[in-house]
Every structure is written in C-alpha cells, then in structure tokens.
Design a protein around this ligand. Structure first.
Ligand SMILES: [Zn+2]
Length: 214
C-alpha cells in the first residue's frame, strides 16, 4: 500500500502590519518597470517582501529561544528533525495545573511506549499544556524533538515568566514545535515525521512544514 502523507501544518494567512503575530506580504512585479515589457493578461513576475513575527502558525523553537548559548535554526542537525514520532493522545486528559505525569505515562503506554530517540507529539485536549513532571518524564525517556497541537507547553499558571517547561526541553537540546494540526487524522500511534525549517543562522524560531508518513 502506498504510504499516506498527512500534513500537520496550519495554513498561514498574511496579516496587516499591526497584527499581534504579523505576517505581512508585499508583492512587487519585478518586471513591471521595464519599458516595452508587455505581459499577457493573467501573467506577472513577482517577488515579495515578507515581514513576520517568527512565532507564527506552526513554528519550531530552538534552544536559542531561551538560552543565549543554545542551538539556533542553523545548528540543530536535520537528523534531530526527522524520524519516528510517537503520538500521545491527551485529548481526554484534564488537570488543573497541566497534563499530569500519570496522564502522560498512560498516553505513552496506549501508544506503545516512548523510545529513546523518538519525536513526541502531544495531541492536547481541554488541558493545553504539560505539568513539568509530565514533560520531564518525556525528556528522561530520551526524546529528541517535542511538538504540540496547542499554542505551547508552558505552565499557564506560572506568572513569573521563568519558562520552566521551555527550559526543561531546551537545556536537554530538544526543540519544540507549537501549533501543529491534524494529529487526529493519523491512524497510527507511531509515524515517520519530517519537520524542516529553513536553517537561518542566529534565529530562535521560524514557521515550518511538518508532515507525517504512515
Ligand atoms: Zn512560539
């Protein structure tokens, strides 16, 4: 049977310049000013200036997001961004202070376990983030890349902005993907994942395309 490819990426819709998470596109017809250059209707030759806030849509955050000496987009090896992913179904997990250790372990067991070198994707339910204990357990299992279909993993009740959960991942060299989508349309709990941002040196985060193959 032919492999099934599932796009786990949200579509980015360009915004105005004053949007909170802006993605502004200005299209220029690169040949419009050339005299005598007539094009048939419906054709042009465009290039665009793009101005964006880099945490927009489905995006990946590298350790450099919180750690000055952490790896940036160009430094994390592609081997870390491709491989087998375990899908943790946390849609039924509800907890006041983030998905608990027990809920993470139960989801891992239902998915056939978390193995060293796995990518771990959390399919979140009403509780959209992890408790530190639950996230730390995934790090201890030796995951190489983390992702969620919510806006992030950080403790929502932590008003100190200590970025505890981000740092749990980044100190272990683990990048984080936020705002995945379509995890519910996967039919298997283990899939092959490719999550490849452009390698921009000195940058902490960027939108990327994430696909799963099952
Ligand atoms: Zn972000």
């Amino acid at each position: 049977m032919a492999p099934r490819i599932v796009d786990l990426t949200r579509v980015i819709r360009p915004t105005g310049a004053d949007a909170e998470r802006k993605f502004v596109v200005n299209i220029h017809d690169a040949l419009a000013e050339i005299p005598g250059k007539e094009r048939p209707a419906g054709e042009w030759y465009v290039m665009s200036d793009v101005a964006l806030m880099n945490h927009v849509g489905t995006h990946i955050e590298m350790p450099f997001h919180c750690l000055k000496e952490g790896a940036d987009l160009a430094q994390v090896p592609v081997e870390q961004l491709c491989g087998e992913a375990v899908i943790l179904d946390l849609t039924g997990a509800e907890a006041e202070f983030g998905v608990t250790l027990e809920q993470v372990q139960a989801a891992a067991q239902a998915a056939g376990g978390v193995r060293p070198g796995d990518i771990a994707f959390g399919r979140m339910g009403p509780t959209k983030y992890f408790s530190s204990a639950g996230l730390a357990w995934l790090v201890e299992q030796g995951i190489k890349l983390m992702g969620v279909d919510s806006g992030g993993v950080e403790l929502s009740h932590d008003t100190t902005h200590a970025n505890v959960n981000h740092l749990l991942l980044f100190r272990a060299g683990i990048p984080l993907i936020e705002n995945l989508t379509n995890l519910g349309s996967l039919t298997k709990s283990r899939v092959q994942v490719y999550a490849l941002p452009v390698p921009v040196s000195g940058l902490d985060a960027f939108p990327l395309r994430v696909i799963a193959v099952e």
